[in-house]
Design a protein around this ligand. Structure first.
Ligand code: DX5
Ligand code: ZN
Length: 217
């Protein structure tokens, strides 16, 4: 399985975002994870459409937009126009994800559904075949630098089995508290896209940070 690393910009120095992005791109990142928070669904407020628009064209990396917001349907078009390549929203805020998934795909983007640590896979099983990725949160969303929640590992294993059983090819992206210690267990559990903020941006050697995450050492 090819392991992809998606540095989360939430942990980057926002006063030097362009340099930070060039840094991780040079160091071998596969995606840029952009955490959009509205202060309602999560108790934090971060970046929005103008930041995504300013990044587009400045990097070859796909922009992996993680919407931690109450009304994702309303923001599909603005983020699509701003240059998002992937839009992931939370199953906890919609009763009918199909409509939002359709809107994301109508712009030719990849569509993902995110689950908080306590949300069961049963919530997304009905639409699993329509997804390009599932984002399993291993922290309660809202902040970087939190502790990894190992109780989510069985959910990764179960999801990988369901995907293999249905012969689907969607990605299992894991997000929150991922570092060189936890990366190995996460990859062994079947995840193939690792989001990491602190572990990538906290210390200067981006290349070795990314390498350690990708190979779990
Ligand atoms: C949390 C965000 C995560 C977070 C990851 O709500 O969705 O992407 O920024 O940061 P670390 O890797 O520091 O936990
Ligand atoms: Zn995220």
């Amino acid at each position: 399985m090819i392991i992809k690393i998606a540095p989360s910009l939430l942990a980057a120095d926002f006063s030097r975002l362009g340099e930070e992005i060039r840094d991780v791109e040079k160091a071998g990142a596969d995606l840029l994870h952009i955490d959009v928070m509205d202060g309602h669904f999560v108790p934090n407020l971060t970046v929005g459409v103008p930041v995504v628009a300013s990044l587009k064209g400045k990097t070859k990396l796909p922009l992996d937009v993680h919407l931690m917001i109450d009304n994702p349907r309303k923001f599909v078009e603005p983020f699509a126009r701003a240059g998002a390549d992937i839009i992931t929203f939370h199953i906890e805020v919609v009763s009918a994800p199909e409509e939002v998934l359709e809107a994301i795909k109508s712009y030719g983007l990849k569509a993902g559904l995110a689950l908080n640590p306590s949300t069961p896979l049963s919530k997304i099983e009905p639409v699993l075949n329509d997804l390009d990725l599932v984002l399993l949160m291993t922290v309660n969303p809202g902040f970087g630098g939190q502790k990894f929640m190992p109780e989510v590992i069985p959910k990764m294993k179960e999801l990988r089995q369901i995907i293999e059983g249905r012969k689907l090819s969607l990605d299992i992206e894991v997000d929150g508290g991922i570092n060189r210690e936890t990366a190995k267990q996460i990859i062994a559990a079947g995840a193939n896209v690792l989001v990491a903020g602190t572990a990538v941006f906290a210390n200067p050697d981006r290349k070795s940070n990314l390498h350690a995450l990708r190979f779990g050492q």
